[in-house]
Design a protein around this ligand. Structure first.
Ligand code: F0G
Length: 466
């Protein structure tokens, strides 16, 4: 009972590798400043012989932790005992075969799948990690939790605070760029919301400082417990594919939490002998927030056994400072220039023969419209995964017979302004919301038809357009 004595925190740096207990969440290694992981003495823990053993937990759905789509895989993230696990029923998400999207991407029917994480209780993938962070925070007696957010982390934190009443939530957001769907959640759930003059990267720096100073539990994805929970997205994808491996996992890249967690999940599954190969991971940046793309694809930054080239990194970020460069994209959830999980993501790319691409806001919004027209709406950032898959297919990297899973990270209703502007016939409305981001057209707009309030005219319009 309690936090596991077979779990520990470990610095990911190949030059350091210091280990720590679980008594606090280290958002940076106290010795060298790199990120830390949760690691396990796996040989002392009960691990199922094969992944399909997890299917049996479906019959235990009256047990709240087995009902959770995260804790159903507790054995693969065993840092706390069963009685400590915090859940609000997260992770009831779908893997949907999406044939119309397969057509759009250019791959064979039946081979494109959308992992719809917008089905989570707060409407985004964040709940997968938040239940794990709350489990740890509660176990160590934390009373306040904070995050910086482009909106979804804050919505998730605020919701977990409101439902569980375990902690008081404090949220840091930048000015202007948070979408109303997300802001409304944080306000409605009653979190203390602090809007600072600056962008997400500024808010992230501040929340780190403030939480350290005031001893507040930080639930951004620099918190390694959160990423443990996010591994479950991969477990559910495999479960939905009847425990078969896809060829590709395509995921949006912002703070690089998901890609990092996915890589860790695959590395561990392989180490435990539960899979025999690791699918390729493609991380997709928005063109206006393409740090990972530039560092990985253009400057050749690599994991390098835990010692990424500091010179490449430093000169890149120094230049960014010098230019006072700010991220700018309609995909506000991933409008991030300084991804906190960069090193863990490099590790994931290394293990998964990974690749990074950037897509324009135009392509992301067109992909978003196609995704929704196939029945699975998502927010703009999420659609970068499909836009990225389409680009990789066009480049001949993804083959038409490859099996591809695109992760849709957030719900369609998170950011309705952008959707409505995209489908609007009013050019002024279109320009007001989408102008300035290089979006010139709505390639797949579904315009509302204006009709006089007259029965004959209405019938005429329906006959004409249906
Ligand atoms: N997609 C959505 C919908 C997100 O909200 C985020 C991140 C990402 C993708 C990128 O996350 O790269 O860390 O896996 N949102 C954070 C937030 C920053 O504050 O809600 P990644």
């Amino acid at each position: 009972m309690g936090l596991s004595t077979f779990a520990f925190q470990k610095c990911i740096s190949g030059a350091c590798g210091a280990t720590y207990g679980l008594e606090q969440a280290y958002v940076a290694c106290p010795k060298c400043g790199d990120l830390v992981d949760i690691d396990y003495e796996w040989d002392r823990l009960p691990i199922p012989d094969k992944l399909s053993d997890f299917s049996k937990f479906w019959t235990q759905r009256n047990n709240r932790t087995r009902f959770s789509g995260v804790w159903r895989f507790h054995e693969l993230m065993p840092f706390a005992s069963q009685d400590l696990l915090v859940t609000v029923g997260e992770g009831q998400t779908l893997l949907q075969q999406a044939d119309s999207v397969a057509d759009y991407v250019g791959i064979d029917q039946g081979n494109l799948f959308l992992q719809y994480e917008g089905m989570n209780p707060s409407g985004s993938f964040k709940d997968n990690g938040m239940c794990a962070a709350f489990t740890h925070a509660n176990a160590i007696g934390a009373k306040r939790a904070a995050c910086a957010s482009t909106g979804n982390t804050s919505a998730s934190l605020a919701m977990y605070c409101a439902v569980t009443r375990l902690m008081k939530g404090i949220i840091f957001i930048g000015s202007g760029k948070i979408s109303y769907g997300k802001l409304s959640q944080a306000l409605d759930y009653g979190a203390l919301t602090i809007q600072i003059l600056g962008d997400f990267d500024d808010a992230m720096n501040r929340v780190k400082e403030v939480s350290k100073k005031l001893g507040i539990y930080l639930v951004n994805s620099v918190n390694a417990f959160r990423l443990e929970g996010q591994k479950s997205i991969i477990f559910r994808i495999l479960e939905a594919l009847n425990w078969e491996l896809p060829d590709w996992i395509v995921v949006p890249g912002g703070n690089l939490g998901n890609s990092s967690a996915f890589g860790k999940a695959f590395i561990e599954l392989k180490k435990l002998g539960l899979i025999d190969r690791i699918p390729r991971i493609a991380v997709i940046n928005a063109g206006g927030a393409r740090t990972l793309y530039e560092l990985y694809e253009e400057n050749g930054l690599r994991w390098n056994q835990g010692q990424p080239d500091q010179l490449i990194e430093k000169s890149y970020f120094d230049q960014m400072d010098q230019d006072n460069a700010k991220a700018s994209t309609l995909a506000s959830a991933i409008e991030i220039n300084r991804p906190v999980n960069l090193h863990k993501c490099l590790r994931a790319l290394d293990a998964a023969n990974g690749i990074v691409r950037q897509v324009s806001d135009q392509n992301a919004l067109d992909a978003k419209a196609k995704i929704a027209a196939g029945g699975m709406g998502c927010e703009p950032a999420s659609a970068t995964s499909v836009a990225g898959a389409k680009l990789l297919k066009a480049q001949g990297v993804i083959g038409s017979s490859d099996r591809v899973v695109c992760v849709l990270t957030g719900h369609q209703l998170k950011d309705p302004n952008i959707t409505v502007a995209y489908h609007s016939t009013d050019r002024q409305e279109f320009e007001k919301v989408l102008g300035g981001y290089g979006v010139q057209r709505a390639s797949f707009a579904n315009h509302a038809i204006g009709v006089p309030n007259d029965l004959d005219d209405i019938i005429k319009a329906i006959k004409l357009y249906s």
